[in-house]
Design a protein around this ligand. Structure first.
Ligand SMILES: NC(=O)c1ccc[n+]([C@@H]2O[C@H](COP(=O)([O-])OP(=O)(O)OC[C@H]3O[C@@H](n4cnc5c(N)ncnc54)[C@H](O)[C@@H]3O)[C@@H](O)[C@H]2O)c1
Length: 291
């Protein structure tokens, strides 16, 4: 691996912002575009990073792991991937990510606000600290990323077909309620309407940025499996498989989604094929919310 000597290839304010070797081939619908994907080391974020790279973008992944732990995953994504350790609840980390993107690429066209966490349980048992934590990760993170990158994306959006694109990963739980999911419902509902608010603002002000929310159903990722394990521990179900069977039975298409099935719509929203879409909700749920 050849590291390019950009300043942010060094440790930056105690955070790593690694740059990988240069790429030679630049083709695909997203060729020449730069993307930042939060929560990109696993699940939907990782699949989205892979897809954006496959369609020609260069991708900066932001996630919680330190650089050494992230290295194998980033190396597996090839020369168009780089990494910055960041907590999406931290304004300082977002500012560092912004500085890193500027030093590494000088521009940003695609922001995928994907980092997220969940919280389940009866409302009367939710501690205020846990409520604030899920709001911090799922809502503050989306707000901070949008606020900090809007000026740069407004500059860069005019240079690409369809403009710059902010993709906020909400959930079907941002559209409909579910028992013992109220805090997650609230956080994902906030993402849905925040997205519509910024979409209106950008459109009315003729800023070349579109913003859309994505609403996955139940997708097989580490987050979903960790949630299943917690429910089993609490005695809600006998096994994770019993929960999966239950989810399948409640989903018209009869199965869980795969991260790649969410990554494809992410790439669609990122690029020119969705050029007349802003403030929209893209639902990918095997028919769950159509019932
Ligand atoms: N899996 C599902 O069924 C499902 C359904 C609907 C929506 N979603 C949403 O999709 C997004 C991705 O979920 P997933 O299932 O891939 O989860 P995941 O847990 O598999 O991956 C999430 C990634 O986000 C990172 N992350 C968590 N908190 C962070 C923080 N504060 N700052 C930076 N990174 C952080 C994690 O380290 C992890 O790599 C989340 O917003 C989630 O709410 C998931």
């Amino acid at each position: 691996m050849v590291l390019i000597g950009y300043p942010c290839a060094q440790f930056h304010n105690g955070r790593s912002c690694q740059t990988r070797e240069r790429w030679d081939v630049d083709e695909g619908k997203l060729a020449g575009r730069i993307a930042l994907v939060t929560g990109g080391l696993r699940g939907i974020g990782l699949a989205s990073a892979k897809r954006l790279i496959a369609e020609g973008a260069a991708v900066v992944i932001g996630d919680l792991d330190d650089a050494a732990a992230a290295e194998p995953t980033i190396a597996g994504l090839g020369p168009k991937a780089s990494y910055i350790r960041m907590d999406d609840t931290s304004e300082a980390d977002w500012q560092a990510a912004h500085d890193c993107v500027i030093r590494q690429h000088g521009k940003l066209h695609i922001l995928v606000n994907n980092a997220g966490t969940d919280l389940t349980g009866p409302v009367e048992g939710i501690a205020l600290a846990d409520w604030r934590q899920i709001m911090a990760v799922n809502v503050d993170g989306v707000f901070l990323g949008t606020r900090i990158f809007t000026p740069l994306m407004a500059q860069n959006g005019a240079g690409v077909a369809g403009g710059a694109s902010i993709i906020n990963v909400s959930s079907i739980m941002g559209l409909v309620g579910m028992s013992e999911v109220s805090a997650y419902n609230a956080s994902k509902g906030a993402v849905r309407l925040f997205t519509k608010g910024i979409a209106m603002e950008f459109a009315v002000k003729k800023m070349p940025i579109r913003a859309n929310s994505l609403h996955p159903g139940f997708v097989e990722t580490p987050l979903l499996h960790a949630g299943f394990e917690r429910w089993v521990t609490k005695g809600v179900a006998e096994s994770a498989q019993a929960l999966i069977d239950g989810m399948n039975a409640m989903t018209p298409m009869g199965r869980l989604g795969q991260p790649e099935e969410i990554a494809a719509p992410v790439a669609f929203l990122a690029g020119p094929d969705s050029s007349f879409m802003t403030g929209a909700e893209l639902v990918i749920d095997g028919g769950w919310t159509a019932q």
